[in-house]
Ligand binder design. Structure first.
Ligand SMILES: [Zn+2]
Length: 425
């Protein structure tokens, strides 16, 4: 039985078993098994229970053995919002931000997203791939096993296709699963700015030249729009997302980050998979999200890096029954981190979520945000054996420690893809 693996020695095995996405008080139920173990075959969880239960199974006898030595095991993190492919950092803008320049002031000076667009257009595919591969290793080293990746630093046909093509290529050459999202509507690119019909002509390029090629080559599952001040309006976002749907891309939205625009309500109306950011939502938005299947994804790394005081109202969203998720928003301008454990720390201290709520938001609910809750996000029979092992005695220590990486091992589809101390088996 070469492809079976028995993992034992989990002081706490956080299964998050149950019926899919979590709302309200069910966010706190992690389904913990003490002295837990799991049997994996061909990358899929065949059985799960206590060590004694698993070791007594006849199928467990010939399996390869992995004892995690009393550490905490949980589902691998699902990072449902990243801008993986970019050419370089924007460290040159960091000091401007510290001196007090706003996100929009930096954008007006040629910084911000357009700065990253300029750098990406000048970069080769090989250089972009190399940078992404290094980042993906770091994602895995922090316990992430699946991540969403958005285009949006190309903003012209060839460069957007280059990014989306890289998502596909990276899925074939490294172990993390990448879920591809088309974000051609990130901002209006420089060459279309300053003209009365510039935005309209750019939207036409997206829907008539780019989307058909993306749809035919199946390069993206989702279509996203940055709907905010300085980006796209509600009316434009609606048209772009409807066009994306015609080419097989489900909608998701950057919503209510800089100013309340009504984008969260639009996300609910369009049955979007998620709406992300949400710092500026009002009571009606919170109620609408609470009644919907649209995941409310919060990105506290962004507010932290920008030094902002206003974070998304996690408690109100949870109380209203919204399906909340957490993600890094890994990007060079506003959230240059690959660390989900750091995002959990911010969720606890800034969003006032409990460690259990934060873990559910970063695993099963994030899987739901990518519509993959049937295969990942919890440790249950029949699901992929995607898990992270942390060098802690209690799961609450995962967000409690910050600035230090306690991820000891990461397993994707039953294969060790990161090991802090021992060689991968
Ligand atoms: Zn983003």
């Amino acid at each position: 039985m070469r492809d079976s693996l028995l993992i034992t020695g989990a002081s706490q095995l956080l299964t998050l078993r149950g019926s899919g996405a979590r709302r309200g008080s069910s966010l706190s139920n992690l389904g913990i098994i003490k002295d837990g173990a799991l049997l994996v075959r061909d990358g899929v969880i065949e059985d799960i229970g206590t060590r004694a239960e698993m070791e007594s199974l006849p199928e467990a006898r010939p399996a390869e053995k992995l004892d995690v030595g009393g550490r905490v095991v949980l589902p691998g993190f699902v990072d449902s919002h990243t801008h993986l492919i970019h050419a370089a950092s924007r460290a040159e803008e960091y000091e401007l931000k510290i001196e007090g320049a706003s996100y929009e002031e930096i954008a007006r000076k040629g910084g911000g997203i357009l700065n990253s667009v300029k750098k990406l257009r000048g970069a080769t595919s090989a250089a972009l791939k190399e940078r992404a591969l290094r980042a993906l290793k770091q994602f895995a080293a922090h316990g992430t096993t699946t991540l969403e990746a958005k285009s949006g630093y190309g903003l012209e046909v060839a460069s957007e296709l280059k990014i989306l093509g890289l998502h596909k290529e990276l899925n074939a050459v490294q172990p993390l699963e990448i879920v591809s999202t088309f974000l051609g509507a990130h901002v209006v690119p420089t060459e279309y700015r300053g003209k009365a019909d510039g935005a309209e002509r750019y939207i036409k390029l997206l829907s008539e030249s780019l989307m058909p090629r993306i749809g035919e080559a199946r390069l993206a599952e989702f279509c996203d729009v940055f709907c905010d001040r300085g980006a796209f309006t509600i009316e434009q976002a609606k048209r772009i997302l409807q066009a994306g749907r015609q080419w097989g891309m489900s909608p998701r939205l950057h919503a209510e980050q800089l100013r309340r625009t009504g984008a969260a309500q639009l996300a609910v109306q369009l049955k979007a998979a998620s709406c992300d950011h949400l710092e500026q939502v009002n009571k009606r938005d919170i109620q609408a999200l609470g009644k919907s299947e649209t995941v409310a994804t919060m990105l506290p790394g962004c507010d932290f890096h920008l030094g902002l005081e206003r974070y998304a109202p996690a408690r109100a969203l949870i109380d209203a029954g919204a399906i909340v998720a957490l993600a890094t928003d890994y990007n060079p301008g506003t959230s240059p981190t690959v660390s989900m454990p750091m995002i959990l720390s911010l969720a606890c201290t800034q969003l006032r979520m409990t460690p259990a709520e934060a873990i559910a938001a970063a695993t099963i609910n994030a899987a739901y945000a990518l519509r993959r809750e049937k295969t990942i996000g919890s440790l249950e029979v029949g699901k992929q054996a995607d898990l992270a092992v942390f060098e802690v005695a209690d799961y609450r220590e995962i967000p409690y420690y910050f600035g230090v990486n306690h991820c000891w091992m990461t397993v994707k589809r039953g294969r060790v893809i990161h090991a802090a101390e021992q060689k991968p088996i």
